[in-house]
Design a protein around this ligand. Structure first.
Ligand SMILES: [Zn+2]
Length: 222
């Protein structure tokens, strides 16, 4: 049997890594264990434990809980749930140097390191800020219109013709804090991959389909 492919998608908030993760999973037969650290933290936050309450507070302020908690959560999930024939899709992880190192060791242990692609969907900080503050939502059908490509020119909802309004889910301060976090932490994980020749860098400031095409092209060589 062919070995399943694995992906770690990294990028600033608003880079569209979640969308690309979805496209990749569809493209490669939808047999993936999908892991989003954000989801794992949100789940944990519901438990009401002391760490959970702290995490909730930190996340509301746009920060992230300490390294090893993230590592513990995704390691645990992979350990308990990953099937042999399944690929691994990490959406937005690793986000720190330690996480990247542990993930590489874990993948190595699983014999999956060579079949894993670490992909950076690269967008500038300014682009990320615009996307997060300027995306719109249809007042009528609640379709979310991203601030990217041709969607920027839409005057009414492309599905129902409804009025589009700007809805900022997060406060600009929280968005800025998340973007600061990227500079302060994620960049070191990216550099670690780069140094080891393990990073695929994709220009994320293109239409969604073009980004996806570039990803397929970049991994096709292997
Ligand atoms: Zn609509």
């Amino acid at each position: 049997m062919k070995k399943p492919l694995n992906f770690a998608l990294i990028g600033r908030s608003g880079s569209g890594k979640g969308t690309q993760a979805k496209l990749l999973m569809e493209h490669f037969g939808n047999n993936f264990l999908y892991i989003s650290t954000g989801d794992l933290f949100r789940d944990l936050a519901k438990s009401g434990s002391e760490p959970a309450l702290k995490i909730k507070k930190v996340m509301e302020e746009g920060g992230l809980p300490f390294d090893y908690l993230a590592i513990a959560l995704w390691t645990h999930k992979i350990a308990y749930e990953l099937k042999e024939e399944q690929g691994l899709m990490l959406d937005g992880a690793p986000r720190r140097l330690n996480e990247a190192k542990v993930l590489e060791d874990f993948l190595d242990f699983l014999g999956r390191k060579e079949s894993t692609f670490n992909i950076l969907i690269d967008i500038s900080r300014e682009e990320a800020f615009n996307r997060l503050t300027k995306r719109r939502i249809c007042k009528n059908c609640e379709r979310l219109i991203p601030w990217v490509g041709d969607f920027k020119n839409l005057e009414v909802c492309d599905q129902c013709g409804g009025e589009l309004i700007t809805r900022v889910d997060d406060k600009p301060e929280a968005i800025n804090k998340r973007l600061d976090y990227f500079e302060e932490n994620v960049v070191s994980a990216i550099e670690f991959y780069e140094k080891n020749g393990r990073l695929i860098k994709i220009n994320g400031e293109q239409p969604i389909e073009k980004v996806f095409e570039d990803i397929l092209k970049a991994i096709g060589g292997k």
